[in-house]
Design a protein around this ligand. Structure first.
Ligand code: OSB
Ligand code: MG
Length: 370
């Protein structure tokens, strides 16, 4: 039995080393809410990687704080749980708000793993103790700067390079990269910036570049037009934004909307759902990888644990702490060695959370007790 005796929410702003630009906006810092549960002498941590504006998702810092403080915390505080399923049942009384819910599930899982004195990835049934790391490079807008960054990340031995594209920053850039770097493992992420009817000709030309995949070319809710496009191009489509639940995975596979899925546990509603997706897609021959949302080392620890699931067959968007941050809020920082991140043998998420660093970057804090 585990009883959640105290809940803390820390809204933080951790500056990024460089501005990270996507087709929908520019990021200057990580604006997550760190979640902390206490049970006896055990403390669990999770992260709600929301933005201050609802860009990638409809959830933002304010909606996540509202749902967490007014609903999720009240549903779980002081309740006794003998399983994660029981805990999730209480969270799932609330519809939607997957990012907020997942932050709570992660925190509970860390607590359970610590009580059981087991590394989280072993508790979850992970099948490997190193994960393959890829890097995601924003829309840079300047080829020299893009080349400078690609060269640095290749030196770090990241297992593949992903660049963000949008209409107008696409074929010319890919041409230039292939000319400069030859056949490096390369993929692109459009973040829903193309339109099937307007951009079909451009989209078909991506086949010329031998890409590992093209991520979310069309609208963030679409499965149907992606299924049409996938019939017309050879490059595998990887869905990100469109997959918001296990049911979306079922529909996408029935429709043949994609050949790969980028699973962000927070977007699909949790770590156990990510496991279900990994098992289901594996039975249907659709590989997955784990995506990130500029998480701090806490959220990253949870992502790293899910990247040990058996159907994760491509490098994940999980980089080392130093890729985005001057200093992380955990110790030791996550590092990429020869393109891989090693899981840690300590209990739970395996890293120490630095409360003084959280306080340094904290904007607001809420403590809830019965
Ligand atoms: O589409 O994967 C995305 C960051 C913010 C919003 C959307 C996306 C991203 C990333 C970040 O690509 C990748 C990372 O965490 O390294
Ligand atoms: Mg993406």
């Amino acid at each position: 039995m585990i009883k959640i005796e105290e809940i803390r929410y820390y809204q933080i702003r951790l500056p990024l080393k460089y501005v990270f630009e996507t087709s929908f906006g520019k990021f200057k810092y990580t604006s997550s809410i760190i979640v902390r549960f206490k049970y006896r002498d055990y403390v669990g941590y999770g992260e709600i990687p929301v933005e201050e504006r609802p860009w990638y998702s409809y959830e933002d810092v304010e909606t996540a704080l509202h749902i967490s403080r007014d609903f999720l915390s009240k549903a779980i505080l002081d309740r006794e749980y003998s399983s994660v399923d029981e805990f999730n049942r209480d969270l799932n009384v609330i519809r939607g708000h997957n990012i907020a819910k997942t932050g709570h599930e992660m925190t509970f899982l860390d607590l359970v793993a610590k009580v059981m004195n087991k590394p989280l990835y072993k508790l979850l049934g992970g099948v490997r103790n190193v994960i393959s790391s890829g890097v995601s490079i924003g829309v840079i807008g300047n080829l020299n700067e893009l080349f400078r960054q690609i060269s640095i990340f290749l030196d770090f031995k990241y297992q593949r390079i992903k660049i963000k594209i949008k209409p107008g920053w696409d074929l010319n850039v890919l041409n230039a990269i292939r000319r400069e770097y030859g056949d490096i493992p390369l993929q692109v992420d459009a973040n829903a910036s193309y339109d099937y009817n307007l951009h079909r000709d451009v989209l078909r030309r991506f086949d010329e570049f031998n890409l590992l995949m093209i991520e979310q070319p069309l609208h963030y809710d679409d499965l149907y037009f992606h299924s049409l496009l996938q019939r017309e191009i050879n490059t595998p489509i990887c869905l990100d934004e469109s997959i918001k639940s296990f049911y979306d995975v079922l529909a996408a596979l029935k429709l043949n909307s994609c050949r790969v899925i980028n699973v962000k546990p927070a977007r699909v509603g949790g770590i156990l759902i990510t496991k279900m997706i990994s098992d289901y897609t594996e039975r249907h021959g659709i590989p997955i990888w784990i995506g990130g949302l500029l998480e701090t080392g806490i959220g990253k620890a949870h992502l790293i644990a899910t990247a040990t699931f058996s159907n994760v067959k491509y490098p994940s968007d999980i980089s080392g702490s130093s890729r985005y941050f001057e200093e992380d809020i955990i110790e030791p920082p996550w590092t990429v060695e020869n393109g891989y991140i090693k899981l840690r043998d300590e209990a739970g998420i395996g890293v120490e959370v630095l409360e003084d660093k959280i306080k340094k970057y904290r904007i607001r804090e809420f403590i809830l007790k019965s």
